[in-house]
Design a protein around this ligand. Structure first.
Ligand code: GLU
Length: 467
């Protein structure tokens, strides 16, 4: 049997972290068995729909490598996987379900929920007559008495008393199906073998099973996954300002890192290794290791992982990604490639670059206190002395683009003056940046700034120190 999973997002505007994780698990479960991963757009709730959202779903799947095997084609006419294009199908099956006894026509308060629906008692003939007379109606599920038992791969066997299930609307008065119905019809018609979705649907699953049974359709394997939480109490939610996939990308997190992180959010690999490419995830992923416990979104861990992915890039690749953040430096005479080299070792997401490069814009927010450092054994006086030594050496030095030579120059200077290297490097870094923390050391910063600017800043610092 071919494994077929589906990602069934509603086009509401952004890619929720939890939804993307569901898509990933659906993709992995299908691909592990050489199965098919299907994209289906669930757009029957027109009120919640947002323009451009379908394209955004496409873009996200393309960027993350979750390539679907079947689905709508946004470049051409939308194919058969857009629910709003399939209304007649749902209508046909809804009426058929009434005949099979799994649903009934209801003429009450239209789309409202109603636990004790008097219309249940109407005969089909009476109901059809009312419809022929032009009475507006909905189709509601008919819930039989008894219990419903089903098995979920993550949560195990679950039994519910049918009394607790509401006779929800399956087809609305305007002919649109609700999620509860369209989803089942499509999963059946699209031969979905494994339904993977958020556990908020766990409590509705018995209702879906009653529909499958009424149609005499095979029930798919269920894999309900725990929610992604912001903390113990709150779900991660874009509405509360939590990051969506797009937000993370904008901040400079790489799709590969996000995907790797999302895989770990609710699933535990067998060994210690946590860094996995998509292909490796396909091999490693195991439904049995999906946790029942809610997963807490840990931005610090994502930062750590993203940092690893940034460092895996070649310098050129990193430089390309960093360029947009250098816009304001473009007309400055600084060595941007050296800047990239230094930043690549340090940052965990690209937007961090913004605050890391402000030392280039404005060097001298003069702060004499910064020269004092116990560990380096520096103070204002001996820093001034060191800067004068450095100035003298640098005037005739012309290999600023060679880290090795620059470094050697400072080491030789320290040797000559019989002081520790730190007595030279530390005051220089302070004089060049007037920052306690900088993305690189004195050598890299002098390299980035180049000879002219380095000497200008040293000179300025000396003047301010001796004023
Ligand atoms: N359209 C539903 C959602 O976005 C799909 C749920 C499911 O996978 O069944 O939540």
């Amino acid at each position: 049997m071919e494994i077929r999973t589906r990602f069934a997002p509603s086009p509401t505007g952004y890619m929720h972290i939890g939804n993307l994780r569901t898509a990933l698990y659906e993709y992995l479960i299908a691909k592990k068995e050489n199965g098919k991963f299907i994209l289906r757009i669930e757009d029957t709730d027109k009120a919640r729909q947002v323009d451009g959202a379908i394209e955004m779903i496409y873009q996200t799947l393309a960027d993350t490598g979750l390539k679907h095997d079947e689905g709508p084609d946004i470049s051409g006419p939308y194919g058969p996987y857009i629910q709003s294009k399939r209304l007649e199908i749902y209508q046909k099956y809804a009426h058929q379900l009434v005949e099979l006894g799994g649903a009934h026509y209801c003429f009450c308060n239209q789309d409202d929920e109603n636990d004790h629906d008097p219309c249940r008692e109407l005969s089909i003939e009476t109901a059809r007559k009312m419809i022929a007379e032009g009475k507006s109606y909905v189709i509601r599920q008919t819930i039989p008495s008894g219990n419903t038992t089903f098995y979920d791969e993550v949560y195990g066997e679950i039994t519910v008393d049918n009394n607790t299930l509401d006779e929800g609307v399956l087809l609305k008065s305007d002919g649109y199906p609700t999620y509860n119905f369209a989803n089942i019809v499509d999963d059946h018609l699209m031969h979905i073998t494994h339904v993977i979705r958020g556990n908020e649907y766990l409590s509705s699953t018995p209702k879906y099973n009653l529909i499958y049974q009424a149609f005499n359709w095979e029930i798919p394997t269920y894999i309900h996954v725990p929610p992604v939480m912001k903390d113990e109490q709150h779900k991660l939610s874009k509405r509360n300002g939590d990051a969506s996939y797009q937000d993370l990308v904008k901040q400079g997190y790489l799709s590969e890192a996000i995907i790797n992180y999302l895989a770990l959010l609710g699933w535990a690999p067998e060994g210690e290794e946590e860094i996995f490419s998509l292909d490796e995830l396909i091999k490693q992923f195991d439904v049995k290791r999906i946790s029942k416990a809610p997963a807490i979104f840990d931005l610090e861990k994502l930062k750590w992982l993203n940092g690893i992915y940034l460092r895996k890039l070649s310098l050129e690749e990193f430089h390309q990604l960093a360029m947009p953040y250098y816009q304001r430096l473009i007309h400055r005479n600084v060595d941007l490639m050296e800047l990239s080299k230094v930043l690549q070792l340090r940052i965990s997401y690209l937007a961090e670059i913004e605050s890391m490069i402000d030392f280039i814009d404005e060097p001298c927010n003069y702060d004499a206190g910064l020269f004092k450092n116990k560990k380096m054994k520096t103070n204002l006086e001996n820093s001034l002395e060191a800067l004068l030594w450095i100035q003298e050496k640098l005037i005739d030095f012309n290999s600023f683009d060679d880290d090795e030579k620059l470094h050697q120059l400072f080491v030789n200077l320290a040797k000559e003056k019989e002081v520790k290297n730190g007595r030279i490097m530390f005051p220089l870094r302070v004089a060049l940046t007037f920052k306690a923390f900088t993305p690189g050391g004195a050598v890299e910063i002098a390299h980035i700034l180049g000879k002219e600017e380095t000497l200008r800043r040293i000179d300025l610092a000396i003047k301010q120190m001796s004023a």
